[in-house]
Ligand binder design. Structure first.
Ligand SMILES: C[S@@+](CC[C@H](N)C(=O)[O-])C[C@H]1O[C@@H](n2cnc3c(N)ncnc32)[C@H](O)[C@@H]1O
Length: 538
């Protein structure tokens, strides 16, 4: 067998050596809360061997268990290599473009199947052709948090841009300037006098490790009692883990301390199979600019035995903790947070700073997880908004008002809308904190609030949208087209829904001008984009 470094290894994929526990009903990460969050891997993308697939299907040229030889011609958004056997598509874990591999088929469907690489036959690090590198993380083979550690960082950045380009061309039917892949579309566009879209190289990090300021760790129990770490690939089992190379070290330290304190007080771990047990997740945040740390204990019920002792032990072990909160989640759901949150000890928020603006962050507020790249992302959004100080701006999906407050410094007035009430409370608090008086925030679905703003006679010069992975609600796009701002800035964490929405906006009279991919989540398959669109004047 071959590990993700392409070297042959005996037996199945390497295991961390951590303790395993039973458990079902795996968790999914929140929209755009991607990358390793202390080890909550997205199980959906790695369930190739789930055993639900039939062994053979009429008309499919491979069967489950068969060893095949393939050339890898592409990479999926999940970081799997794409190969073809007699015209049938296989997504092959760990294989990279340009490589020839042997793989074992693990599941099949009518139009594609999944396979696991068993041997690297050609290409790879020896030839240097595809940028294969040895993943530095010792648990990369079993953890689901990262997908691209086996690809060199420069190749990751190149691939992410290409992934964006491919989506814009295939789903958005956009002509991308200077693209080999979309050359036909680009030259057709040029012939018709149509402007092409510029997709810039991905903005990467200088040192792309230890960047995450938030860890979201599932808790379960193993032979030795309570454990917390990550979901093992292809299963809902939790593996104990104390170190993650994309996590800030402060978060590792806090999670370790919480687990130790819970063990000392015999706090029960949640069992996903039975729905019993108390502690479901430990969520920790670290604000690098202030050093403040927050702990959120997500529990299956309101009562925590020895709650104050628990909080005291955590504080004793980690002096930087200024906020210990409890969130109650009793539903049998993969959603991490429930609706009820309360402070067990200390503050209800921690404070962080981005480019001179201070932010209060509460347990459930969305806050970008990569602070270094956030400055670059928001900087691009402000640049594309091209504000002179006289504009009215609407910021849809505004979270805790982060982008809104950056915009407010350059605009006449900013209106922000967001669906999570606590985030809007944070946004208002953040405006006050920074002495910003020209930003107003409203809680509710953007698709309901923005039509009301329109009816109230608010006329935006610029609209900024930063939706979750599913993209904009179609009715919000309609409202944007009715509001007809001069410019739209679209911040997206999902190139496919971005491309879909850009097509709708183009059909409604806007032109996509520039796209800037930003690597917010190094070593994962995710890429963020900031896009500038201009209204086409008739
Ligand atoms: C990708 S985050 C962006 C947050 C913010 N712009 C930032 O950079 O921190 C998307 C936000 O949209 C919010 N959201 C999801 N659905 C929404 C809806 N229908 N209307 C308004 N906000 C929504 C989420 O709660 C989340 O805060």
């Amino acid at each position: 067998m071959s590990g993700r470094n392409g070297k042959a290894v005996s037996g199945g994929s390497k295991r961390s050596g951590g303790k395993k526990l039973g458990g079902t009903g795996g968790q999914r990460r929140n929209a755009r809360d991607t990358g390793s969050n202390g080890g909550t891997g997205d199980r959906s993308r790695r369930n190739a061997g789930s055993g639900e697939s039939p062994r053979a299907i009429a008309g499919v040229p491979v069967i489950v268990g068969q060893l095949v030889t393939c050339e890898i011609i592409g990479l999926t958004h999940d970081g799997d290599g794409v190969g073809r056997v007699d015209g049938y598509t296989l997504f092959i874990r760990d294989a990279l473009p340009g490589e020839k591999v042997q793989a074992e088929v693990v599941s099949i469907g009518k139009s594609f199947g999944k396979a696991r690489m068993t041997e690297l036959l050609q290409g790879g690090s020896d030839s240097g052709s595809v940028g294969r590198v040895k993943p530095p993380c010792p648990i990369y083979d079993s953890c689901g948090g990262c997908q691209l550690q086996h690809l060199s960082y420069s190749e990751q950045l190149r691939w992410k841009r290409q992934h964006v380009v491919d989506n814009l061309a295939r789903i958005g039917k956009l002509a991308v300037a200077g693209e080999v892949g979309s050359g036909a579309a680009a030259s057709k566009a040029a012939t018709e006098g149509q402007q092409t879209v510029i997709v810039h190289p991905t903005i990467g990090m200088n040192a792309p490790w230890r960047y995450r300021n938030k860890a979201q760790v599932p808790i379960g129990f193993g032979e030795g009692g309570l454990i917390g770490g990550f979901y093992e690939q292809g299963s809902n089992d939790i593996v104990e883990m104390d170190a993650c190379l994309i996590q800030q070290e402060e978060n590792e330290e806090t999670v370790r301390a919480v687990k130790e304190a819970a063990r000392m007080l015999d706090i029960g771990a949640y069992n996903r199979a039975t729905g019993r047990g108390l502690l479901r997740h430990v969520v920790v945040r670290h604000a690098r600019t202030t050093g403040q740390r927050m702990v959120v204990l997500v529990t299956n019920g309101r009562d925590i035995p020895h709650a104050q002792e628990f909080a005291a032990l955590i504080r004793e072990k980690v002096p930087g903790v200024v906020s210990i909160c409890q969130n109650v989640q009793t539903a049998a759901t993969p959603v991490v947070f429930g609706e009820e949150t309360r402070v067990l000890w200390g503050e209800d928020v921690i404070y962080d700073e981005i480019d001179g603006i201070q932010f209060a962050i509460s347990p459930r507020s969305f806050f970008q997880v990569n602070p270094e790249q956030t400055v670059r992302l928001y900087g691009k959004a402000v640049e594309y908004a091209a504000l002179t100080g006289n504009e009215t701006v609407m910021d849809a999906y505004c979270g805790a008002g982060t982008i809104s407050l950056f915009l407010a410094k350059h605009a006449d007035k900013v209106y922000g809308v967001e669906i999570v009430p606590e985030a809007i409370e944070d946004a208002k608090r953040n405006a006050r904190l920074n002495g910003i008086h020209n930003a107003e925030f409203e809680v509710g679905p953007a698709e309901a609030i923005m039509p009301r703003w329109k009816d109230d006679g608010i006329v935006p010069d610029v609209i900024v949208v930063d939706p979750p992975r599913k993209g904009c609600d179609p009715s919000l796009i309609d409202t944007m087209l009715e509001l007809r701002p001069s410019r739209i800035v679209y911040v997206s964490c999902n190139p496919s829904t971005l491309a879909r929405d850009l097509r709708l906006l183009e059909d409604g009279g806007y032109k996509t001008v520039e796209v800037q991919p930003v690597d917010m989540f190094p070593h994962t398959g995710h890429v963020e984009c900031v896009v500038s669109l201009n209204q086409i004047l008739n």
